[in-house]
Design a protein around this ligand. Structure first.
Ligand code: PLP
Length: 396
């Protein structure tokens, strides 16, 4: 079949593909230690589920306003003010079908052919694809392991051209867990402000932070830069609500109304019941978030301890999110205890899955050859058994 140029160039999401391979082995009855998952393993907290049931029973099963119910927009603005001391108005908020959809809205509404979008690598798998779908050009800027995978202001400056429209920044980062200090963020913001660039700050992991410094939203840098900032966030990661598909943007009002227009043509409103669930998540007790963060903190500690003991592996400490992103390149081209030799991360991941039944995602998917991503959003006993197998595979 002859497909459109945009869609025929599209690669499937590599993380979803890696999880699919693990699932296929599981379907054969094989026990797989699966660390590909980019989502919390917890169930959605009870009070949020109850709010969804109540919403259905109250008849909230019809179309809503395309950009979300006013109560939820109000709660999103109130939560942002509570967390960051900056007041957005509801006409600057758009609720969408997950943060991924929000990113699509931002990129499609702002960028088109001739525009360049700067993406620091390692990057989340969908950034590059969404930019290409919009007909714009992704400009990948590398970061180093030594810098903790943080974008350097000089490298950012060098990548800017008269065509640069937008910087896509994700802190804490998926896949690396990298976070930035306020000073580091402001050094980047001075560059983007000098060139009057829009910055889309993907803050989906803002509640999953292991550093002492509190999270600082891009909007509030340099005394406040809301006119060129788009915040992307959602309930998926902080409230274990990946399946409900609620995300949002906080952005200038004119851009918000353009994105609302786009969304009204493409999808209409995000699921009505999910919107009421998200409302309960934001307005209810935040204890569930603290409980899950407590668990992630233990798993992170355990993961760091085990990664450090693996032979010939290096990794900067992840400051947030729930991923360990480590360098396995010192093993390339040398036989492992199983007698086999692997030349790159993708071959390594395939070998590890087939022989040790441990599933990781290859760094190649994130623009970072030589690395692998392990998600520690899974129980400690599974982590323990998985690391035992990885250690044995590497001869450690
Ligand atoms: C999970 C994730 C998202 C998307 O979240 P949804 O709300 O489930 O669509 C966006 N950005 C990053 C970096 C993520 O890891």
């Amino acid at each position: 079949m002859k497909l459109s140029p945009a869609v025929s160039a599209l690669k499937p999401s590599a993380t979803i593909a890696a999880a699919g391979k693990a699932k296929a082995l599981k379907a054969q009855g094989i026990k797989v230690y699966d660390f590909t998952l980019g989502e919390p393993d917890f169930n959605t907290p009870e009070h949020i589920q109850a709010a969804a049931i109540a919403a259905m029973q109250a008849g909230h099963t019809h179309y809503t306003a395309s950009g979300g119910i006013p109560e939820l927009k109000g709660a999103i603005c109130a939560a942002f003010e509570r967390d960051h001391g900056f007041k957005y108005q509801p006409n600057q908020c758009l609720v969408s079908n997950g943060a991924k959809h929000s990113l699509h809205n931002v990129i499609t509404a702002l960028c088109g052919p001739g525009d360049e979008v700067i993406i620091p690598a390692p990057y989340w798998v969908s950034y590059e694809a969404l930019v290409e779908l919009a007909g714009a050009t992704p400009v990948i800027v590398g970061t180093t392991e030594e810098s903790g995978f943080r974008l350097a202001p000089d490298d950012l400056e060098r990548a800017i051209t008269p065509k640069t429209k937008l910087l896509l920044l994700n802190s804490p980062s998926n896949p690396t867990g990298a976070t930035y200090s306020v000073a580091q963020l402001e050094a980047l913001a001075r560059v983007t402000e000098k060139h009057k660039l829009f910055v889309c700050s993907d803050e989906i992991y803002d509640k999953l932070l292991y550093t002492n410094e509190p999270f600082r939203s891009w909007t509030t840098l340099l005394g406040g830069i809301p006119e060129r900032t788009i915040i992307v966030n959602g309930v998926s990661k902080a409230y274990a609500m990946t399946g409900w598909r609620i995300g949002w943007t906080l952005a200038p009002a004119d851009l918000t109304s353009a994105m609302d227009n786009l969304q009204s043509q493409e999808t209409s409103n995000p699921c009505s019941v999910s919107q009421y669930a998200a409302l309960a998540a934001l307005n209810g007790s935040q204890e569930c978030v603290a409980m899950m963060l407590g668990e992630f903190t233990k798993r992170r500690e355990y993961t760091l301890g085990r990664v450090r003991k693996l032979p010939q592996i290096s990794m900067p400490e992840p400051g947030g999110a729930f991923y360990a992103f480590f360098n396995i390149s010192r093993h390339f081209g040398k036989p492992l205890p199983n007698g086999k030799t692997y030349a790159n991360s993708t071959e390594f991941c395939t070998g590890l899955l087939e022989e040790a039944h441990v599933a990781l995602v290859s760094g190649d998917a994130f623009g970072a050859p030589g690395y692998v991503r392990l998600s520690f959003a899974t129980g400690l006993p599974i982590l323990e058994a998985g690391f035992d197998r990885i250690a044995k595979f590497l001869g450690g």
